[in-house]
Design a protein around this ligand. Sequence first.
Ligand code: UD1
Ligand code: CA
Length: 467
Amino acid sequence: MVAVAILAAGRGTRMKSSLPKVLHSLGGRSLVERVLQSLTSISPSRCLVIVGYQAEQVKTALSARQEARGKRQEEESNFLPAVEFVEQTEQLGTGHAIQQLLPHLEGFTGDLLVLNGDVPLLRSETLKHLLQTHQEHQNAATVLTAHLPNPQGYGRVFCDGQNIIKQIVEDRDCTDAQKQNRRINAGVYCFRWSDLAASLPLLQANNDQQEYYLTDIVDLVAPVMAVDVEDYQEILGINDREQLATASEILQRRVKSKWMAAGVTLIDPASITIDDTVQLQPDVIIEPQTHLRGNTVIQSGCRIGPGSLIENSHLGENVTALYSVITDSVVKAENSIGPYAHLRGHVEVGAGCRVGNFVELKNTKLGDKTNIAHLSYLGDATVGDRVNIGAGTITANYDGVDKHPTQIGDRTKTGANSTLVAPLTLGADVTIAAGSTVTEDVENDCLVIARARQVVKPGWRLKSPQD
Ligand code: UD1
Ligand code: CA
């Protein structure tokens, strides 16, 4: 049986942030959420998250995540147990944090996998390998290690020839000679719980920080074995913003390689960011300066960018989106979006539409083959098929207190600079004359002219004061 503990109580002083470190976001997910995600192949029987600094905030963030993912997880085979929170009210070190588990794991007989909440890039295969090695060798503890080109800041691991650990020394406690050792502690461990539980009360805080170090357990149990990670990039710990940026680069490289191998073209990949929650189909082309975020799905044949931001949106086949922002929306196949369009707040665009220059759509549904090509705002509108929304058409949907709906029937055409004062229903095959301010509902098949008639006075000239 395996239980998991995640260390997430520290403040993360080096981040210089009011947000707890483990809630900082990396590619659209918090660090601690990513750590949880790496557990999928482990199927632990329990999952304890140790919280302390701004515990409520961390708990709220993880509980919201659990609710959102709960249903999906039940359907997936990789089931994660409910997260249990353990409070560490004073942060006296990683060893002290694990001591807080003692009352919670009383009588537990299996292995405890310990993960740092600030090591977000671990692959679940790596954890599986660590656990297997631990169990095969019947170790008291097994520590994930790596050989780093620049080991600064990490605890150094000293082993004998058989990978049996003799000592782990924190960077700040190292002598100059010890600092030369590039083998570091990744902050990921597997312990035989019964041995760990017996030794935890014996930890002492005699080090530079006067903290109880979990790493000192290596002096108290045996054997403790080191297992090297294949790709050291996986174990990057996030202690400051620089490391957060490095982790983001590593993650981006992983995500982009995956999509390029799957048949997606990225033009100037360095200028593009893609969250690892995004799904792309083959023959999608992503142009420079484009950012794909959240639960976005982009189907085959789409050309996105340059300069577009797509977030939590679904784009059907063969959509182009040029210099545009699309959030929380669905755009069906064969659409042309932009340049400079903004779709937000649950927009649905039917197939074969054109949403052009400087058009903003909010909570609006367009039928198929409808055009809204220039300089318009539609909010809370439902628009039929083959409608033409003339340049500069605006829904006046907000009276200062409430938002009101606008309905526009099939094949209706609004003239340039129409103002549609909601609530308003225009039937099918209606034509609105340019410059109209429409305030009353219109039946099918009507022409509406709602503007002052033009007055022309021949032979009239403004008298200037000098005359
Ligand atoms: C730790 C390890 C170091 C290792 C590195 C890997 C110790 C003593 N050192 O150092 O050997 O190379 O991780 O990234 O363990 N935390 C608590 N309660 C506390 C203190 C910390 O929950 O009282 C949590 C933090 O929120 C963080 C994790 O433990 O998620 C690690 O703490 P941090 O202070 O970042 O340890 P490092 O100095 O990085
Ligand atoms: Ca750390």
